[in-house]
Design a binder for this molecule. Structure first.
Ligand code: NAD
Length: 394
């Protein structure tokens, strides 16, 4: 029964999406409208109409439309998120629940939080809630939850892929083939093995640790990590990782640095021109955490000069990234070193199923006053519940 309803819901969602960016659903039956729920998701266009497992899209609405509307809730779904006239800014003023996704972030600034008179809970469909002003939310008693763990394997796999494609000089090799050329030396002059290199993760939480685990069989020279929270001794031992407590010291020892910490006051612009000077000349940098952790212009300059041999990742300081963003086209002096893609590492179809389910569970708990899974709570009723978004006294 519920499957049938869901299917019907998705079918009508497809039609709605053809008509407009925004869709509004209100079930005018027995149950009175309870809550206004606003969801800012990305448009899936034709792909979402063809592939219903693209749940995180405005068309497929995380698969929760029918469930919510059948309970009398008012669900607004939009991708229109920028500027005062956007659907996001128009509807946030009286929404009780906000659902957002890091893949198309609705930026909930302090200013908007001030205007959001009814807002009680923000749910991130995915992991990483930096697009919400967390300090402002904490001050206002607005809860922020994310679906912790939902896409950490997806990202860790992408990190390993990105490390390999940089170290092995994959992108220019493939571009050469597409152009119809064949010049092995041109690629091989900047291609290496990962074996024997030193790889370090900046942040060794769920993703960082999974990256370390996946790197063990590559026989690296050493695996390092930098994190104010040390790994449990047995966990560090299991992957043979050594902690380095000073950041400059850490980057200066790495051939490859992978960034896996959240974006917060302590990490915004952390990898800047000054820190890049401490990297080994010709090191590779992979950032799938958040674009703004790395300084856009400093990274582009380091690639151009060859201080960095390559940079790869899927996260950008502004999303969608403008057409002229330097990270789209930057190249090292040998014409390679760019592994940038749109933000998708954590939104594989497998991940979408997990975070769509997770959002539903969080909402269910909220509607029925059940306690939330503590791992999902970033900001609880009385402030920060996590230690991952910076060191602070609660
Ligand atoms: P996590 O909370 O399990 O781990 C984060 C780790 O970072 C913690 O160990 C924390 O102590 C550490 N950390 C925080 N500030 C630090 C600092 N200043 N220096 C060093 N370490 C610091 O989180 P996770 O699940 O591993 O996710 C990490 C981040 O990855 C998310 O916050 C999100 O921004 C990003 N992410 C990206 C995608 C994607 O699709 N690209 C998907 C999921 C998560």
């Amino acid at each position: 029964m519920s499957t049938l309803r869901l299917t019907r819901g998705l079918a009508s969602a497809y039609k709605g999406a053809v008509r407009s960016h925004i869709s509004r659903s209100h079930f005018h039956s027995s149950a009175p409208a309870n809550m206004k729920i606003l969801a800012v998701l990305y448009d899936g266009h034709e792909a979402a109409r063809q592939e219903p497992r693209l749940l995180g899209t405005t068309e497929n609405k995380l698969g929760i439309e029918q469930w919510l509307t059948s309970q009398g809730h008012d669900l607004i779904v939009t991708s229109d998120k920028e500027g005062p006239q956007s659907d996001f800014q128009k509807h946030i003023v009286d929404a009780e629940v906000l659902i957002t996704t890091p893949f198309h972030p609705g930026y909930l600034t302090r200013d908007l939080i001030e205007k959001s008179k009814n807002l009680k809970v923000c749910v991130t469909a995915g992991v990483g809630s930096d697009h919400i002003d967390l300090n402002a939310a904490a001050e206002k008693g607005i809860q922020v939850l994310e679906v912790t763990g939902s896409n950490v394997v997806s990202v860790a796999e992408h990190v390993v892929m990105s490390i390999l494609l940089l170290v092995r000089n994959f992108t220019p090799a493939h571009e050469m083939i597409e152009r119809g050329d064949w010049q092995v030396s041109q690629i091989a002059r900047n291609a290496f093995d990962l074996e024997g290199k030193v790889v370090g993760t900046l942040g060794a939480g769920r993703i960082g640790y999974r990256v370390l685990q996946r790197l063990v069989p590559f026989n690296t020279k050493e695996l390092l990590y930098y994190d104010y929270a040390p790994l449990p001794e047995d966990a560090a031992k299991a992957v043979g990782a050594r902690r380095v407590e000073d950041l400059k010291d850490f980057v200066s020892q790495c051939d490859v640095v992978t960034v896996n910490c959240p974006l917060h006051e302590g990490t915004r612009g952390l990898v800047n021109a000054e820190l890049l000077k401490s990297f080994k000349k010709g090191a590779w940098l992979v950032n799938t955490a958040r674009g703004a952790i790395c300084d856009k212009d400093a990274v582009a300059a380091a690639i151009k000069s060859g201080q960095l041999n390559g940079y790869a990742g899927d996260v950008w300081n502004v999303q969608p990234a403008p057409k002229d963003h330097p990270w789209r086209t930057m190249k090292n002096p040998l014409g390679g070193g760019n592994g940038m893609v749109p933000h998708y590492s954590g939104t594989t179809l497998d991940a979408q199923a997990r975070y769509a389910n997770g959002v539903r569970e969080i909402l269910e708990n909220y509607f029925t006053n059940k306690p939330q899974n503590p791992a999902n709570v970033i900001i609880g009723k009385s402030g920060y519940e996590t230690r991952a978004y910076g060191q602070r006294n609660k």
